[in-house]
Design a protein around this ligand. Structure first.
Ligand code: UDP
Length: 347
């Protein structure tokens, strides 16, 4: 099985993990023991925290609140930066997690091009800080946010899980460095990791209460809904001359609660000793920009004026998840796989 990159072994600082036959019957919806969610006050992190709590898992959050929102979570919060090794060590000491879920990262492609130093510092260096402190505290398991941007310009679409990784911008490159670090730490020190490569995260908690709030907002679905709310005059469509069914870009929009569910399953998978995992998280369904706008018009009942403008630099025509590693390995299925549900929840 190609996806099992490391399993058990004699590793410094960590318990030896042995694949057992019970692993096959483990409940993959349920992590074992307390979890420290790094970046847990952010968009995807806060949804994952709520899901962990609904499943009865003890959770603490480590977040610098640079973009996250304390009011989005009701869990113990350590306000600290991953640039501060002592703060990380103190959080691990105070909460003694069985595992870490790591969402904290910079995630804007354009900014990564104009100011890559921030991305190398916060995504690569800070993740190294986290791994080192986890190693010192003998916390071996980590699930973290990677991205389909690590694939670069896709050579085939739908994109298989084992598509070559050749990112075309600093953001994607720093995420790939994070993956490589985990892989090397797994081999050398017995760290167990799951790298989950998201397609387009969207939507808001099905249970209500929290949603997406970026400043400035750059993502299509929240921007379209801001137009519907009258907070913005119109939506700019970045190019209609792509080789797609209506000329606008196709993306695979995955519900944020479905992402959270995949993280919990990935963690249970690691804790069952089933080996490291690298896979992407998407629905396998692609929608054009115009189809998203049209669906939003139907759902909101608002006109949502749109204007076609020039292409945005660095946007591939089509990004859609192929492959089924997350389905096969984690038994994961997007529960909100219809993009109309995603838009409805966001609305
Ligand atoms: N997009 C657009 N207008 C906007 C924002 C986004 O046409 O104001 C398009 C963008 O070109 C891409 C898709 O919507 O094809 C999704 O973009 P988003 O920024 O939400 O996510 P990304 O694909 O960049 O991760």
């Amino acid at each position: 099985m190609a996806w099992v990159l490391a399993g058990s072994g004699r590793r410094r600082g960590y318990a030896v993990h042995v694949m057992t036959s019970e692993a096959n019957s483990i409940d993959l919806t349920q992590p074992q023991g307390p979890v420290l969610v790094v970046g847990g006050a952010g968009y995807i992190g806060s949804h994952c925290v709520a899901l962990l709590q609904r499943r009865g898992v003890e959770v603490a959050v480590f977040d610098d609140l640079s973009t996250g929102h304390a009011e989005a979570i009701s869990a113990p919060l350590v306000v600290g930066s991953l640039g501060d090794r002592e703060a990380i060590a103190a959080a691990l000491e105070a909460h003694r997690p069985s595992a870490v879920i790591h969402f904290a990262a910079k995630c804007y492609v354009g900014e990564s091009v104009t100011d890559p130093a921030i991305y190398y510092r916060e995504n690569v260096h800070y993740t190294w800080n986290l791994l080192e402190e986890m190693r010192a505290a003998s916390v071996s398991d980590i699930v973290f946010s990677s991205t389909c941007a690590t694939y670069g310009e896709p050579r085939e679409v739908p994109i298989p899980d084992d598509h070559p990784q050749d990112p075309i911008n600093p953001y994607g490159r720093t995420k790939l460095h994070m993956e490589h670090m985990m892989r090397d730490y797994s081999r050398a020190y017995g760290m167990r990791y799951a790298a989950l490569r998201y397609f387009n995260a969207a939507g808001a908690a099905t249970a209500g209460g929290i949603g997406e709030d970026h400043s400035p907002e750059t993502h299509l679905i929240p921007l379209v809904l801001e137009v519907a709310l009258g907070q913005r005059e119109k939506i700019m469509v970045f190019g209609d001359d792509y080789e797609t069914r209506d000329g606008t870009c196709i993306r695979d929009y995955i519900h944020v609660d479905d992402l959270g569910d995949a993280h919990l399953r990935a963690l249970a998978h690691l804790q069952a000793g089933r080996g490291d995992l690298e896979c992407h998280l998407g629905t396998g369904n692609g929608f054009t920009v115009m189809e998203i706008i049209e669906a939003a018009r139907e759902i909101t009942g608002q006109a949502i004026p749109a204007e076609v403008v020039a292409r945005r630099e660095g946007d591939p025509a089509m990004l859609v998840a192929g492959g089924s590693r997350a389905f096969d390995v984690l038994g994961w299925r997007p529960a909100r796989g219809d993009v109309r549900d995603v838009i409805r929840d966001a609305w």
